[in-house]
Design a protein around this ligand. Structure first.
Ligand code: SF4
Length: 194
């Protein structure tokens, strides 16, 4: 069984409910969306057998995998998830939520994109909802979102520092207005790690 992999790297989770935890990131190619603010290159990868992925990640002293992308659910099957579970790994996913997430996963993050109404219908319950926000975006009621432990507003980081600060300030204002949401900053970008 092969997966088309953009990159594998070891770092800290930079955002959300597991922020600061060491994690092995496996970025898969392909996405079903084309968000204008997308900051991730997931276009071209290499085919890797899951045995090869396992031997690659064994070099890291960590048992948490984060499946990310692109949209990882396009390639990630229950078979693959159970393969890594049987090898002793805990697995988180970062998904746009257009696909029902596997029950085999240990931590699920949904970041609804565009019209967010679909998210709750497809995944009624997740660990974390994380919404990428720029100034002026509407903030949904958490009741309209999947049931979750955490609800995060994540300001979109742009190339321009002023625009990024505008988005951060907007998220701070919105969290104060809608306190069921929390602020999540992409600290990996702030501290200059991958
Ligand atoms: S869903 Fe995520 S990976 Fe896909 S285009 Fe949008 S921001 Fe990029």
């Amino acid at each position: 069984m092969n997966l088309n992999v953009k990159e594998i790297f070891y770092s800290l989770q930079g955002e959300g409910g597991r922020q600061g935890e060491a994690s092995i990131f496996i970025r898969l190619t392909q996405c079903n969306l084309k968000c204008t603010f997308c900051d991730t290159d997931f276009s071209v990868g290499i085919d890797m057998h899951i045995d090869h992925i396992l031997s690659t990640i064994k070099q890291f002293p960590c048992k948490w995998i984060i499946w990310t992308g692109g949209e990882p659910t396009i390639q990630l099957t229950d078979y693959v998830i159970s393969f890594f579970k049987n090898a002793g790994y805990l697995q988180a996913i970062e998904s746009n939520g257009y696909t029902k997430l596997s029950d085999w996963l240990d931590y699920t993050v949904v970041s609804p994109k565009g019209n967010t109404d679909y998210a709750k219908k497809i995944n009624p319950q997740v660990d974390e909802v994380r919404l990428s926000i720029q100034r002026g975006d509407a903030i949904p009621n958490v009741e309209e979102m999947p049931e979750a432990k955490y609800y995060f507003l994540s300001p979109i980081f742009t190339d321009g520092r002023a625009a990024t600060k505008t988005n951060i300030d907007y998220c701070v204002e919105q969290v104060k207005l809608h306190p069921k949401w929390r602020l999540s900053l992409q600290i990996h970008k702030l501290i200059g790690i991958e």
